[in-house]
Design a protein around this ligand. Structure first.
Ligand code: GLP
Length: 261
Protein backbone atom coordinates (compact mmCIF):
# COMPACT_ATOMS: atom_id res chain seq x y z
CA UNK A 1 0.00 0.00 0.00
CA UNK A 2 1.42 3.36 -1.01
CA UNK A 3 0.31 6.70 0.41
CA UNK A 4 0.92 9.90 -1.55
CA UNK A 5 0.10 13.25 0.02
CA UNK A 6 -0.25 16.46 -2.01
CA UNK A 7 -0.66 20.02 -0.80
CA UNK A 8 -3.43 20.74 -3.27
CA UNK A 9 -6.37 18.87 -4.79
CA UNK A 10 -5.22 19.82 -8.32
CA UNK A 11 -1.76 18.29 -7.76
CA UNK A 12 -3.33 15.12 -6.39
CA UNK A 13 -5.65 14.86 -9.40
CA UNK A 14 -2.84 15.39 -11.89
CA UNK A 15 -0.63 12.77 -10.24
CA UNK A 16 -3.47 10.22 -10.25
CA UNK A 17 -4.33 11.01 -13.88
CA UNK A 18 -0.71 10.40 -14.85
CA UNK A 19 -0.88 6.90 -13.35
CA UNK A 20 -4.03 6.15 -15.39
CA UNK A 21 -2.58 7.68 -18.58
CA UNK A 22 0.65 5.68 -18.20
CA UNK A 23 -1.42 2.49 -18.00
CA UNK A 24 -3.40 3.41 -21.15
CA UNK A 25 -0.23 4.34 -23.04
CA UNK A 26 1.38 1.04 -22.11
CA UNK A 27 -1.77 -1.00 -22.80
CA UNK A 28 -4.09 0.80 -25.25
CA UNK A 29 -6.91 -1.72 -24.64
CA UNK A 30 -6.73 -1.27 -20.86
CA UNK A 31 -9.82 -1.94 -18.75
CA UNK A 32 -10.52 0.94 -16.37
CA UNK A 33 -12.71 0.76 -13.27
CA UNK A 34 -14.29 4.18 -12.74
CA UNK A 35 -15.79 5.97 -9.75
CA UNK A 36 -18.19 8.87 -9.39
CA UNK A 37 -18.46 11.60 -6.73
CA UNK A 38 -16.85 15.01 -6.55
CA UNK A 39 -13.39 13.63 -5.73
CA UNK A 40 -12.41 12.14 -9.14
CA UNK A 41 -13.64 15.21 -11.07
CA UNK A 42 -10.13 16.72 -11.19
CA UNK A 43 -8.70 13.42 -12.40
CA UNK A 44 -11.30 13.20 -15.20
CA UNK A 45 -10.66 16.80 -16.16
CA UNK A 46 -6.96 16.04 -16.48
CA UNK A 47 -7.61 12.90 -18.56
CA UNK A 48 -9.79 15.00 -20.89
CA UNK A 49 -6.98 17.56 -21.16
CA UNK A 50 -4.48 14.80 -21.95
CA UNK A 51 -6.84 13.44 -24.61
CA UNK A 52 -7.24 16.85 -26.24
CA UNK A 53 -3.69 18.16 -25.89
CA UNK A 54 -1.53 15.04 -25.71
CA UNK A 55 -3.60 12.65 -27.88
CA UNK A 56 -4.28 10.23 -25.02
CA UNK A 57 -6.28 7.61 -26.90
CA UNK A 58 -9.36 5.92 -25.44
CA UNK A 59 -10.50 4.23 -28.64
CA UNK A 60 -9.59 0.72 -27.40
CA UNK A 61 -10.24 1.36 -23.69
CA UNK A 62 -13.07 -0.44 -21.87
CA UNK A 63 -14.63 0.92 -18.68
CA UNK A 64 -16.66 -0.47 -15.80
CA UNK A 65 -18.24 1.87 -13.28
CA UNK A 66 -18.53 0.90 -9.67
CA UNK A 67 -22.15 1.69 -8.96
CA UNK A 68 -25.47 3.36 -9.73
CA UNK A 69 -28.51 4.47 -7.75
CA UNK A 70 -31.47 2.13 -7.98
CA UNK A 71 -34.44 3.83 -9.61
CA UNK A 72 -32.59 6.57 -11.48
CA UNK A 73 -32.76 6.30 -15.29
CA UNK A 74 -29.59 7.16 -17.26
CA UNK A 75 -30.94 10.61 -18.20
CA UNK A 76 -31.54 11.67 -14.56
CA UNK A 77 -29.11 14.46 -13.73
CA UNK A 78 -28.07 12.74 -10.49
CA UNK A 79 -27.59 9.31 -12.04
CA UNK A 80 -24.04 8.07 -12.33
CA UNK A 81 -24.69 7.39 -16.05
CA UNK A 82 -25.31 11.11 -16.51
CA UNK A 83 -22.31 12.06 -14.35
CA UNK A 84 -19.92 9.90 -16.35
CA UNK A 85 -21.23 11.10 -19.68
CA UNK A 86 -21.02 14.78 -18.70
CA UNK A 87 -17.65 14.65 -16.95
CA UNK A 88 -15.70 12.17 -19.04
CA UNK A 89 -17.24 10.13 -21.84
CA UNK A 90 -18.60 12.92 -24.01
CA UNK A 91 -15.16 14.60 -24.04
CA UNK A 92 -13.05 11.58 -25.11
CA UNK A 93 -12.96 9.09 -27.99
CA UNK A 94 -14.28 6.05 -26.11
CA UNK A 95 -16.53 3.65 -28.04
CA UNK A 96 -20.03 3.60 -26.47
CA UNK A 97 -20.14 -0.21 -26.56
CA UNK A 98 -17.01 -0.31 -24.36
CA UNK A 99 -18.72 1.61 -21.53
CA UNK A 100 -20.30 -0.39 -18.71
CA UNK A 101 -22.27 1.15 -15.86
CA UNK A 102 -24.56 -0.84 -13.54
CA UNK A 103 -28.21 -0.38 -14.43
CA UNK A 104 -30.41 1.40 -11.92
CA UNK A 105 -33.56 0.46 -13.80
CA UNK A 106 -33.21 -3.18 -14.83
CA UNK A 107 -36.24 -5.42 -14.30
CA UNK A 108 -33.99 -8.21 -13.01
CA UNK A 109 -31.23 -7.05 -10.66
CA UNK A 110 -30.04 -10.54 -9.82
CA UNK A 111 -29.43 -11.43 -13.48
CA UNK A 112 -27.91 -8.03 -14.18
CA UNK A 113 -25.43 -8.35 -11.29
CA UNK A 114 -24.34 -11.78 -12.51
CA UNK A 115 -23.95 -10.46 -16.07
CA UNK A 116 -21.88 -7.50 -14.84
CA UNK A 117 -19.47 -9.81 -13.02
CA UNK A 118 -19.20 -12.08 -16.08
CA UNK A 119 -18.64 -9.13 -18.39
CA UNK A 120 -15.70 -7.90 -16.29
CA UNK A 121 -14.18 -11.37 -16.53
CA UNK A 122 -14.81 -11.61 -20.31
CA UNK A 123 -12.98 -8.32 -20.78
CA UNK A 124 -9.95 -9.74 -18.98
CA UNK A 125 -10.50 -8.10 -15.57
CA UNK A 126 -9.92 -4.52 -14.48
CA UNK A 127 -6.40 -3.13 -14.90
CA UNK A 128 -6.85 -0.15 -12.63
CA UNK A 129 -9.79 0.64 -10.38
CA UNK A 130 -10.29 4.26 -9.36
CA UNK A 131 -11.99 4.66 -6.00
CA UNK A 132 -13.31 7.46 -3.82
CA UNK A 133 -14.21 6.99 -0.17
CA UNK A 134 -17.39 7.77 1.73
CA UNK A 135 -17.21 9.58 5.06
CA UNK A 136 -18.21 6.25 6.64
CA UNK A 137 -15.23 4.55 4.96
CA UNK A 138 -17.16 2.91 2.11
CA UNK A 139 -15.76 2.16 -1.33
CA UNK A 140 -18.27 2.10 -4.20
CA UNK A 141 -21.48 1.67 -2.17
CA UNK A 142 -20.08 -1.03 0.11
CA UNK A 143 -21.45 0.40 3.32
CA UNK A 144 -20.24 -0.63 6.80
CA UNK A 145 -21.06 -4.29 7.38
CA UNK A 146 -20.54 -5.28 3.74
CA UNK A 147 -18.85 -8.65 3.35
CA UNK A 148 -15.24 -8.27 2.34
CA UNK A 149 -15.87 -11.04 -0.18
CA UNK A 150 -19.03 -9.45 -1.61
CA UNK A 151 -19.81 -9.31 -5.34
CA UNK A 152 -21.97 -6.96 -7.44
CA UNK A 153 -25.35 -6.67 -5.73
CA UNK A 154 -27.96 -4.31 -4.27
CA UNK A 155 -27.02 -2.42 -1.10
CA UNK A 156 -29.13 -0.30 1.23
CA UNK A 157 -27.40 3.04 1.77
CA UNK A 158 -26.46 4.08 5.30
CA UNK A 159 -28.07 7.14 6.86
CA UNK A 160 -24.67 8.86 6.79
CA UNK A 161 -24.34 8.31 3.03
CA UNK A 162 -27.90 9.52 2.42
CA UNK A 163 -27.11 12.66 4.47
CA UNK A 164 -23.84 13.20 2.57
CA UNK A 165 -25.56 12.84 -0.79
CA UNK A 166 -28.54 15.05 0.03
CA UNK A 167 -26.49 18.00 -1.22
CA UNK A 168 -26.95 16.76 -4.79
CA UNK A 169 -30.74 16.34 -4.56
CA UNK A 170 -33.41 18.96 -3.92
CA UNK A 171 -34.51 17.26 -0.71
CA UNK A 172 -33.51 14.29 1.41
CA UNK A 173 -36.64 12.33 0.40
CA UNK A 174 -35.36 12.32 -3.19
CA UNK A 175 -32.09 10.55 -2.36
CA UNK A 176 -32.35 6.90 -3.43
CA UNK A 177 -32.17 4.41 -0.57
CA UNK A 178 -30.74 1.54 -2.62
CA UNK A 179 -27.81 1.23 -4.98
CA UNK A 180 -26.39 -1.44 -7.26
CA UNK A 181 -22.68 -1.74 -6.56
CA UNK A 182 -19.62 -3.84 -7.31
CA UNK A 183 -18.73 -5.81 -4.21
CA UNK A 184 -15.59 -5.52 -2.12
CA UNK A 185 -14.47 -8.87 -3.55
CA UNK A 186 -15.06 -7.56 -7.09
CA UNK A 187 -12.96 -4.45 -6.38
CA UNK A 188 -10.15 -6.50 -4.83
CA UNK A 189 -9.75 -8.45 -8.09
CA UNK A 190 -8.66 -5.36 -10.02
CA UNK A 191 -4.93 -5.50 -10.73
CA UNK A 192 -4.32 -2.04 -9.30
CA UNK A 193 -6.36 0.12 -6.90
CA UNK A 194 -6.13 3.89 -6.86
CA UNK A 195 -8.10 5.57 -4.07
CA UNK A 196 -8.45 9.36 -4.04
CA UNK A 197 -9.59 11.43 -1.08
CA UNK A 198 -9.92 15.16 -0.60
CA UNK A 199 -11.04 17.33 2.28
CA UNK A 200 -11.19 17.23 6.07
CA UNK A 201 -14.50 15.33 6.10
CA UNK A 202 -12.59 12.30 4.74
CA UNK A 203 -9.71 12.48 7.26
CA UNK A 204 -11.18 10.02 9.77
CA UNK A 205 -12.23 7.49 7.13
CA UNK A 206 -8.75 7.70 5.59
CA UNK A 207 -7.02 7.19 8.94
CA UNK A 208 -9.28 4.18 9.63
CA UNK A 209 -8.63 2.76 6.15
CA UNK A 210 -4.83 3.06 6.34
CA UNK A 211 -4.02 2.72 10.03
CA UNK A 212 -7.02 0.88 11.44
CA UNK A 213 -7.72 -2.84 11.30
CA UNK A 214 -9.02 -4.48 8.12
CA UNK A 215 -12.69 -4.45 8.86
CA UNK A 216 -16.10 -4.52 7.19
CA UNK A 217 -16.85 -1.40 9.29
CA UNK A 218 -14.55 0.55 6.95
CA UNK A 219 -14.56 -1.27 3.63
CA UNK A 220 -11.76 0.95 2.27
CA UNK A 221 -9.47 -0.83 4.75
CA UNK A 222 -9.30 -3.76 2.28
CA UNK A 223 -6.71 -1.75 0.37
CA UNK A 224 -4.36 -3.15 3.02
CA UNK A 225 -4.93 -6.63 1.55
CA UNK A 226 -4.24 -5.68 -2.06
CA UNK A 227 -0.73 -6.21 -3.52
CA UNK A 228 -0.85 -2.98 -5.58
CA UNK A 229 -2.94 -0.27 -3.94
CA UNK A 230 -2.19 3.46 -3.76
CA UNK A 231 -3.94 6.25 -1.92
CA UNK A 232 -3.71 9.77 -3.31
CA UNK A 233 -4.63 12.31 -0.63
CA UNK A 234 -4.75 16.03 -0.35
CA UNK A 235 -3.43 17.80 2.73
CA UNK A 236 -6.80 17.87 4.53
CA UNK A 237 -7.73 14.25 3.86
CA UNK A 238 -4.33 13.24 5.30
CA UNK A 239 -5.00 15.35 8.41
CA UNK A 240 -5.63 12.49 10.87
CA UNK A 241 -2.86 10.11 9.84
CA UNK A 242 -0.62 9.26 12.80
CA UNK A 243 2.28 8.13 10.58
CA UNK A 244 2.06 11.00 8.12
CA UNK A 245 5.79 11.91 8.45
CA UNK A 246 6.69 8.33 7.58
CA UNK A 247 4.54 8.32 4.42
CA UNK A 248 6.01 11.65 3.37
CA UNK A 249 9.54 10.34 3.94
CA UNK A 250 8.82 7.34 1.70
CA UNK A 251 7.18 9.55 -0.94
CA UNK A 252 10.26 11.81 -1.00
CA UNK A 253 12.70 8.89 -1.26
CA UNK A 254 10.71 6.85 -3.77
CA UNK A 255 12.17 8.34 -6.98
CA UNK A 256 15.63 7.07 -5.97
CA UNK A 257 14.57 3.49 -5.18
CA UNK A 258 15.63 0.68 -7.52
CA UNK A 259 12.74 -0.82 -9.50
CA UNK A 260 11.61 -4.17 -8.10
CA UNK A 261 8.74 -5.00 -10.43
C1 GLP B 1 -20.66 7.85 -3.33
C2 GLP B 1 -20.04 6.90 -4.34
C3 GLP B 1 -18.63 6.55 -3.96
C4 GLP B 1 -17.84 7.81 -3.69
C5 GLP B 1 -18.49 8.58 -2.55
C6 GLP B 1 -17.74 9.83 -2.16
O1 GLP B 1 -21.03 7.21 -2.18
N1 GLP B 1 -20.79 5.69 -4.45
O2 GLP B 1 -18.03 5.79 -5.01
O3 GLP B 1 -16.52 7.48 -3.36
O4 GLP B 1 -19.79 8.93 -2.99
O5 GLP B 1 -18.12 10.90 -2.96
P1 GLP B 1 -17.39 12.30 -2.95
O6 GLP B 1 -16.16 12.11 -3.75
O7 GLP B 1 -18.35 13.23 -3.62
O8 GLP B 1 -17.11 12.66 -1.55
Amino acid sequence: MEVFIYQKYAEMSQAAAKVVADIINLKPDAVLGLATGSTPLGLYKELVRMHKEETLDFSHVTTFNLDEYVGLPPGHTQSYHYFMHENLFKHINIEPQNIHIPSGTTSNYKAFCQWYEQRIEQCGGIDVQILGIGSDGHIAFNEPGSSLGSRTRIKTLSKETIDDNTRFFKKKENVPIYAITMGVGTVLEARKLLLLASGANKAKAIADAIEGPVSCMCTASVLQLHPDSSLFLDNEAAGKLKMRDYYEWIQAKKPGAPASS
